[in-house]
Design a protein around this ligand. Structure first.
Ligand code: GTQ
Length: 370
């Protein structure tokens, strides 16, 4: 008798497996070890994109894409090299659940108003003078600002200023694509007209941790823009005390009317790592996309050292050991799919117990410079 498990290679089994394929049927006995891994083995890879490359390609794209020619937005997405570049699964995926992109708008350009069920957020990297108009509110963006455009809200962009402006987009595009619930609608005109004063919601919440009494009951996005000054102040206050051993000093952007993440399916953090700080290694089932807002250092992901500096982006996939080292005072903006994992009861976390909680470096990532 064949040993248990080896029967998969027996001819009658192989024949049967092939036979049922024609009826669009599949054998679980052949699939279960791959379908249900003993622990996460994500297809997405740890990867790092240099800002010098992203900026160069965005500037080149200004020759390729103009609002007249392309209609939509000039955004270039970060495609995870471990995932399929083409449809259907893995397309436009930075992690298995999230899409991230860099977007450039030139003075005088507009990106048309539209709405979709995908939840979106932005983090402003460079330039000033452009606005996004969300549900009739023009929000002028400045470096370090965080903006959220949850599911179903009208949004478009315009740029009356004088220099190119670049920001990061993060959306739950792969998740929605996979779940099959997508809807998209262009606005009847190119850009929605203002309906409230400019920067209305940021002014209503200028004080930080107090809310207008009318916002006592939950709203989708009562605050459209989180100004860098406020986030910075919060981190300054927090960093007078002991840092978290895994995350340093980190704050999460929240919806002030319900205390949940600012964007319903995507958590967003700003993290301060003082010069010389070395976090301990841990891993968790959610995956993260990091953008280096300020500073330089490196992150060790599953033993591989990823050096980073201002502007770079990198991915920490699901269940990957990771620890950060700041070589200068550093600020890392990051997004992650924790709210999605939590909804499915999938969030798990583990601290590295060996070697005092630090990984051994086994390799170094060589970024593509372009
Ligand atoms: O700026 O509204 O990168 O709708 C992808 C989809 C940006 C945007 C993206 C979008 C936008």
């Amino acid at each position: 008798m064949a040993e248990k498990g080896n029967f998969l290679q027996d001819q009658d089994v192989l024949d049967f497996n092939r036979d049922i394929e024609q009826y669009h049927l599949g054998p679980l006995w052949n699939a279960i070890p791959d379908l249900m891994k003993h622990q996460p083995e994500p297809h997405a890879k740890a990867y790092l994109w240099k800002y010098s490359l992203l900026k160069k390609k965005l500037m080149e794209a200004t020759q390729i894409f103009t609002p007249d020619r392309g209609g939509e937005r000039r955004a270039i997405y970060l495609q995870n090299p471990g995932l399929n570049y083409r449809k259907p699964w893995g397309w436009a995926s930075t992690t298995q659940t999230l899409y991230a992109a860099v977007q450039l708008i030139l003075p005088g350009e507009t990106a048309p108003s539209h709405r979709h069920v995908q939840n979106a957020l932005r983090f402003v990297m460079e330039g000033e003078g452009a606005y996004t108009i969300v549900q009739g509110e023009r929000i002028f963006m400045e470096r370090g600002d965080f903006l959220t455009t949850p599911n179903g809200l009208w949004h478009g962009h315009g740029h009356p200023g004088s220099e190119p402006m670049i920001w990061m987009d993060c959306l739950d595009i792969p998740t929605v694509y996979f779940l099959g619930g997508t809807f998209f609608e262009p606005y009847p005109e190119r850009l929605q007209d203002p309906e409230v004063p400019d920067n209305y919601s940021a002014q209503r919440y200028e004080g930080g941790m107090v809310r207008p009494v009318s916002d006592r009951y939950p709203k989708k996005a009562p605050l459209a823009a989180y100004k860098w000054k406020r986030t910075h102040e919060a981190l300054e206050g927090l960093s007078r005390f002991e840092p978290d051993p895994y995350d340093g000093y980190a704050v999460e952007y929240i919806n002030p009317s319900n205390g949940e993440t600012a964007c319903p399916t995507i958590a967003s953090w700003m993290q301060k790592l003082p010069k010389g700080f070395h976090t301990k290694a841990h891993r968790h089932t959610h995956a993260s996309i990091y953008h280096v807002f300020e500073g330089s250092g490196y992150t060790i992901i599953n033993g591989v050292r990823f050096d980073w500096e201002k502007g770079d982006f990198f991915v920490v996939p699901n269940w990957a050991w990771h620890e950060h080292v700041a070589e200068e005072d550093s600020y890392l903006f990051s997004t992650n799919d924790l709210p999605i994992l939590e909804k499915f009861g999938l969030e798990q976390e583990q601290a590295l117990e060996t070697n005092n909680g630090y990984q051994t470096i086994t390799g170094e990532f060589k970024p593509v410079l372009g």
